[in-house]
Design a protein around this ligand. Structure first.
Ligand code: NAD
Length: 258
């Protein structure tokens, strides 16, 4: 029985065509590796093209199918071009996972409207544009979208107004899309990690004691998640096993949002 279950997991994504934005590092890198190991072909998109190339090369070396493409979530043309090229390469899209984002911290008085806009462009307009570009392919395949949001999109984050607002917006983008697309059979879900041990860099600076305030608000006794623990949630929501799961936000935060 254990063996049958193992084989089922190993084959869960066989023949699926995945597009993962933000695949060079961290959760995205773990996601593309997991998808490929379960049989999916994976288009690895990232702003960091060298990192995406490395991710794709590792998959090919293990016998999988992967393509690396440059993609800046903060640039509409770049997102549309990369998603379309990925779909043409794979012959369609079954799963669009938008994992990449920019973190941004600082006191509200020190954040300029342009800084705020840039964060919204990357973390909110980017996933919207990617969904729009992938939609015809997803409708044809009855595929699905998984967006990676954050606990900071559920609970307010001190010194994270732009990041938190962008992730809160991403949750409602996810839910609104999921209900609008009911008739098409396309599912749209989100994963909301708490702390993750990826060392994600953040633009801006905390004031003295600021990080401690955030950590106190977000920490649980479970400690930070690994990239793989979050990738498991992304891959599950993107799989056929999650067929009845639509419009949800799945926290992977050790209970911090409870
Ligand atoms: N690390 C955490 O503690 C944490 C907590 C909650 C949510 N998240 C979310 O998880 C996701 C992944 O974060 P991570 O921890 O793996 O971070 P990471 O820094 O390890 O990886 C982020 C990836 O996104 C890419 N990226 C950044 N800007 C981009 C852009 N404009 N266009 C395309 N790609 C871009 C980076 O090159 C990198 O490969 C993000 O959406 C992040 O907001 C992370």
């Amino acid at each position: 029985m254990a063996n049958e279950e193992t084989v089922k997991v190993e084959r869960a994504m066989r023949g699926r065509r995945a597009v993962v934005i933000g695949s060079a590092r961290g959760i995205g890198r773990a996601t593309v590796r997991m998808l490929a190991s379960r049989g999916a072909s994976v288009a690895c998109l990232d702003l960091d093209q060298a990192g995406a190339e490395e991710a794709a090369e590792q998959i090919r070396e293990s016998g999988g199918e992967a393509l690396a493409l440059s993609c800046d979530l903060g640039d509409v043309d770049s997102v549309e071009t990369a998603v379309t090229r990925a779909a043409e390469w794979a012959g369609g899209i079954d799963l669009l996972a938008v994992v990449g984002a920019m973190a941004h911290v600082g006191e509200v008085e020190k954040i300029s409207p342009n800084d705020f806009r840039r964060v919204l462009d990357v973390n909110l307009v980017g996933p919207f544009t990617a969904a729009r570009a992938a939609l015809p392919y997803l409708v044809a395949a009855k595929g699905n979208i998984v967006n990676v949001a954050s606990l900071a999109g559920i609970k307010g984050m001190p010194y994270g107004v732009a990041y938190s607002a962008s992730k809160g917006g991403l949750l409602m983008l996810t839910k609104s899309l999921s209900v609008e697309l009911w008739e098409t059979g396309v599912r749209v879900n989100a994963v909301a990690p708490g702390g993750v041990s990826t060392g994600m860099p953040a633009a801006g600076e905390y004031p003295e004691g600021g990080w401690e305030r955030v950590a106190k608000r977000f920490r649980t006794s479970f400690g930070p998640a690994t990239a793989e623990q979050v990738a498991e949630a992304v891959v599950f929501l993107g799989s056929a096993e999650a067929h009845m799961i639509n419009g949800v936000v799945l926290p992977v935060d050790g209970g911090a949002s409870a």
